[in-house]
Design a protein around this ligand. Structure first.
Ligand SMILES: NC(=O)c1ccc[n+]([C@@H]2O[C@H](COP(=O)([O-])OP(=O)(O)OC[C@H]3O[C@@H](n4cnc5c(N)ncnc54)[C@H](O)[C@@H]3O)[C@@H](O)[C@H]2O)c1
Length: 334
């Protein structure tokens, strides 16, 4: 079966059928699903995915490609890739000729669980994560489960990190369910398939939250989804974006839980779950990082102090907690 069948079906629907289309494809997806890609009857630009794609240079290159092809505002851009490629394609969609329609085809579990939804687009500049971006929803998100066949174990654990986050801030039943799958990681060939089910559930929770606060204007509504991300983004940036987003968010959640008197009591359950799913692999990695440079520049501030958002119970509610720029004293995991 053609992994892109759901995309073909979507493009045949009356609201978009016949429109000029172009496709941006993550190179890993293009290689792993080469035969399916050749069946796409639209110009295709293949680009490296991953965090290093989230740059102004890549944005400019992709805009240049669209311009060379003489695409106008009626273009329907199809973006097939992980969260990084979708973030840049979304930004391109909001900027090219002041805005064109984009359809996202998330190719990683993390992108299905989280990145494809909610309309945040971004590139990293000046060494800072997501410093430039917009809020712009794609025209649609099309999940093609066949693309997941080429994912490796690291992709799965990265996604679990965001799924666990969503459960901890907003859905205790989701956390229970992830716990039930914890043992499957090593023993079940169904693990990635089960994770798709959990990723889709997490995406529903995210969409419900985002619907109440689309552009993150209200305290403790959409921003609860940032649990683990203040420290996580600082870790990614400090590691020169070598650490994956999912791994950094896992460490970020632990660190942010441990600095908060109201959240520390859930840290053991969080730690157990993250470890069972193959996260928090290397305790010692963290104490090597001095995050103070990036934490001190954190955009989320209460007055002068950077803060993180943490759940006070599994499933919420959440609260803001101030962060000291130097977190190293808190890295000790119980
Ligand atoms: N916009 C949002 O709301 C939001 C939310 C969460 C995360 N994000 C962003 O998403 C990014 C992380 O996304 P990610 O975890 O999907 O990783 P990614 O997009 O960085 O991709 C990781 C690697 O997987 C490869 N890949 C992608 N699809 C594949 C497939 N089907 N088979 C084999 N390899 C494949 C890519 O080429 C890349 O090398 C981060 O930049 C993060 O900031 C955005």
């Amino acid at each position: 079966m053609n992994a892109l069948e759901p995309l073909h079906a979507r493009l045949a629907m009356s609201d978009v059928a016949g429109r000029p289309c172009a496709c941006l494809v993550d190179s890993a997806v293009d290689v792993c699903h080469a035969e399916d890609m050749t069946r796409l009857t639209m110009p295709r630009h293949v680009a490296y995915g991953g965090e290093h794609a989230k740059s102004l240079a890549v944005l400019e290159a992709w805009a240049g490609w669209l311009h060379e092809q003489r695409f106008g505002r009626d273009l329907l851009l199809v973006a097939i890739g992980g969260g990084a490629l979708l973030d840049v394609a979304g930004l391109l969609g909001s900027l090219y000729l002041r805005g064109i329609d984009v359809i996202y085809v998330p190719s990683t579990l993390l992108a299905i669980a989280d990145a494809a939804w909610g309309g945040k687009t971004a590139v990293d500049i000046l060494g800072a994560k997501n410093l430039l971006g917009t809020f712009r929803d794609p025209l649609d998100v099309v999940v093609c489960r066949g693309l997941l066949a080429s994912l490796g174990p690291r992709h799965v654990t990265d996604a679990v990190s965001e799924i666990i986050k969503t459960g901890f801030v907003a859905d205790a039943a989701l956390v229970d369910e992830i716990e039930r799958y914890a043992d499957d990681r090593r023993h079940s060939v169904r693990y990635p398939a089960d994770m798709l089910h959990l990723a889709l559930r997490a995406s529903e929770v995210k969409r419900a939250i985002v619907a109440s606060d689309p552009t993150q204007k209200t305290e403790l509504v959409r921003e609860v989804l940032n649990f683990g991300h203040t420290v996580g983004h600082a870790l990614e940036a400090t590691s020169g974006f070598q650490m994956s987003h999912g791994a950094a968010v896992a460490w970020g959640m632990m660190a942010e839980a441990l600095v908060s008197d109201d959240c520390r009591h859930i840290a053991p359950r969080l730690q157990w779950l993250l470890r069972r799913h193959g996260l928090l692999g290397d305790d010692h990695a963290l104490s090597e990082f001095d995050l103070s440079f990036h934490i001190a520049r954190e955009r989320k501030r209460d007055g002068a102090r950077p803060y993180a958002v943490v759940p006070t119970r599994v499933g919420g509610p959440c609260k803001r907690v101030p962060l000291d720029p130097d977190l190293r004293p808190h890295w000790r995991i119980p």
